[in-house]
Design a protein around this ligand. Structure first.
Ligand code: XMP
Length: 326
């Protein structure tokens, strides 16, 4: 019988056996897979696991806290936070091309992870238990997609850990590699991972960096974060979270349009709502959200985010549009 309880028990046994007395490292992203994988390894080997969270400053409102506080409290993992917000902003300074942004973010991510990993590896060596393993939240569909091979070649480039230097190469622990996404969620709930993480919709590794069309600045991130928070609040309040695949909220930072508010003329930026329905993100359709929900989101964003004077809805399917704007 498939029950989350049985699966947890079996996987915990396997992980324990594989790791033995050695130390293990896990990079948390705030997403479902890495969180559940970390919680499982924590249950198996406790403090032999150290999690690293790179705070790149490109997350949405409340997401860093969700990892640093809620997740840590719920699971008891030992967490090292690498605050790299400044470095990421510098690396993104003036960068407008989407692929250049991804490259800059990927590069900084590896640097930050490397710094944090060296610290953990150094202190583990000092007490005689080297870090030998790296946890990956690889799922069964990822295994199938990449041909089922073992090892580092398996890591998808967007998982962002493919570029560690030679002296920081680890054996991989992939405790979720026999599971589908819905099973991972059940296992996560069984392990006490916070529901906000377990049910999180897909969110791209480069985060809000690829949801600002134009250069990324701290001010623009702040505007987008406030607008995104409102959209997420209203979608949740309307009970739509499980109906839509994800809803990117995009700031057109270099576009301005004229508006009127009170008796003043405004010249602000548009926010794009991109709600989509999908099975696997390969294709998608725009979600037919109820008009009253759209009206609420639009009204609140233009009232509460003064830099924004227009909210537009993206009604493009994929193809030809991608889900993200960049
Ligand atoms: P697109 O925009 O290609 O997105 O239709 C498909 C899915 O992938 C996510 N996405 C990314 N995830 N790094 C990621 O980790 C990326 O660079 C990236 N770009 C897009 C997107 O959110 C959607 O779920």
């Amino acid at each position: 019988d498939w029950t989350a309880e049985n699966v947890v028990e079996t996987l915990v046994e396997q992980v324990r056996e594989q790791i033995g007395e050695d130390r293990v490292l896990c990079a948390l992203s705030g997403g479902v897979d890495s969180s559940v994988a970390a919680a499982l390894v924590q249950k198996a080997v406790g403090d032999q696991l150290t999690c690293v969270f790179v705070d790149h400053g490109l997350l949405r409102e409340g997401e860093a806290e969700q990892v640093e506080q809620d997740f840590v409290e719920a699971t008891g993992v030992k967490l090292v936070v690498n605050d790299a917000k400044k470095q990421f902003l510098e690396a993104l300074d003036g960068v407008t091309d989407p692929e250049e942004k991804r490259k800059a973010i990927g590069r900084e991510f590896i640097r930050a992870l490397e710094r944090a990993a060296r610290e953990v590896v150094g202190s583990a060596e000092a007490d005689g238990h080297p870090v030998k393993f790296l946890v990956q939240g690889t799922l069964y569909p990822d295994v199938v997609e990449s041909g089922g091979g073992e090892g580092a070649a398996n890591i998808k480039s967007h998982h962002n850990v493919g570029g560690l230097p030679d002296d920081l190469q680890f054996e991989l622990i992939e405790p979720l590699r026999s599971l589908f996404k819905d099973e991972v969620r059940q296992v996560g709930l069984e392990l006490g991972v916070p529901e906000g993480i377990v049910w999180r919709q897909p969110f791209p590794g480069p985060g809000l960096g690829i949801r600002i069309v134009g250069a990324v600045t701290e001010e623009r991130l702040d505007v987008l974060r406030r607008a995104d928070k409102i959209a997420r609040e209203e979608l949740t309040a309307a009970g739509l979270d499980r109906d839509i695949w994800q809803c990117p909220v995009v700031l057109l930072a270099d576009v301005r349009s004229v508006g009127v508010q009170g008796d003043g003329r405004t010249y602000g930026h548009p926010i794009v709502l991109r709600p989509v329905s999908s099975e696997d993100a390969m294709t998608a359709d725009w979600s037919r959200l109820p008009y009253d929900v759209l009206a609420k989101i639009s009204g609140r964003i233009t009232n509460e985010v003064e830099e924004v004077n227009r909210v537009v809805l993206d009604v493009t399917s994929k193809p030809p549009g991608t889900i993200e704007w960049e």
